[in-house]
Design a protein. Sequence first.
Length: 542
Amino acid sequence: MFTKESLYINAVKYDTQLKLDYKKLNNEEIIDVNNSVFLVDNDLLPFDIAQKLNSSQQEIDSTYISTLLLNDTTKLVPKAISSKLKDCEIAKFNNEFDIAVLKTTLFETKNYFVKTGIDYIYSAFHLINLHIDKNISRSEIIVFLFNSKAFMVILDAAGIIVHNTILDLACFDTIKKTHFYEDDIDGQKLFDEIYYLELNEIIHNTLNTFYEKKNNVFVEKVTLLYVSKQLSQEQIEQLGEDLLLKVDYHPINIDEELFELSRDKHLKKSFIKPRKKKKKRNYTNLYIFLFILVVAFLTYQVYLKVDFNDLFKSETISGKTVDIQKIEDILELPDHLALNDQVEQRVKSIFDSIPNEVYLNELKIEKNILELKGNFLNEAVFATALKPNLSKLYRDIVYSTSSSDKKVNIDGVVLARNEIELNKTYKTYNKEYLTDEFMALDRVTEQLKILMPIDSIIKFNTTASNSTITRFVYSVNILVKDPIEFFDMIGVLNNELYSIHIAYPISMLKTKAGIEIEFALVFNQHNDSNEEVKDEGKEETK
């Protein structure tokens, strides 16, 4: 009997936490549920969490990851005008409205999960709409309290949304930074008071603003939806007295709501389409067939005295003999970990070869060429210390100086050619690269902005491509205080699930502001037949 396994993962980012909720299904029946919570403070999903999610995706083909917008600034738009909006992504909301989000805002959320991929992205307003669908909501204001924001809608007597807005609320971390904060206990009391006062005020202000524009709709009830309980029963009663309205305070289970949304694929309420899932095939019968075929070939080979190995060495395509192994090499993306490690080892070896008596001002590395400029303590330093060290890295080494009359503090230039292999074992990448979709040039550039240090200058140079792989080549300029920051940046690239590697030329120049480093950066990806890659350049400054 065939079984259909699927896994639904909700990855919801709270202010300082990321909660993962797992639901494993077998033939559409839930057979396992678990969850975990992680502390996070980065703009990108931490590598260890990404590994955890990717392991789950590798185990079950039909794995779907859902989330809420990290920065929810959505607006409900009447269906009649939603198609006319520019720079926005539109998703279905209900019969009267669509929901719009800026493409740049949506990109932030997609990019956060770039190491794992994401299938469904929803707004907090989608959760409010689920509540409305399940409950009789008439002449009321609904406020969803989530991540220091209040998502608000007002419904008329017919249950139609006539107003929507998002307002900020007090954040505990902000209260901690004030001079009123003394300890956690008193700080929590202070936060609770401020939170209540702000919530009371924004509901008052929202209703007053609404009544100024809509005279035929009257709100009779306030419904507060919360993820974690913040208000006491006394505060709820006080809020009702202040507003002269009935106040209901209801918990909302985000995990269950997202699970329900992601299961209803036909509704198409997500801002993005789910990824195509790779299917693992059972090759047992194929292996048996190939085994029989190989045995038949062996028998036939013995009979005709044919060299069996030659059958698999090459293949004729359009009259030309092509090495099969070379075709396989072309299909593989460059191992960015190995390439970055080679560069890192070469640069570190050069630094290690420079003695204390040489004050390095400038360094340029190209394939097979090294140029050093610096101040030499005395004229013997090159011959006795620097040259013997560099001779382990390069075969030909030449020294020159423009101040031959000086015996100390000499400005010298060293040119080395024909590099020697370091004979070291380099790291290799043993995971699968992300290849769900072809990334356009602007999206690749945005990704590199996040990976590179602050204030980096990223300039796109050219595109190189063949039938299977496209390479976007950039030049990057960064300013660091210490060369170790350059190696730290390489470590960041090594943790990526894309083939991104450093390439020559590399230059380092010591300035008053720090060390200015410029290098080539290559982003490799498989071609998409639906994409047309153009060779165009543009400069991006981060």
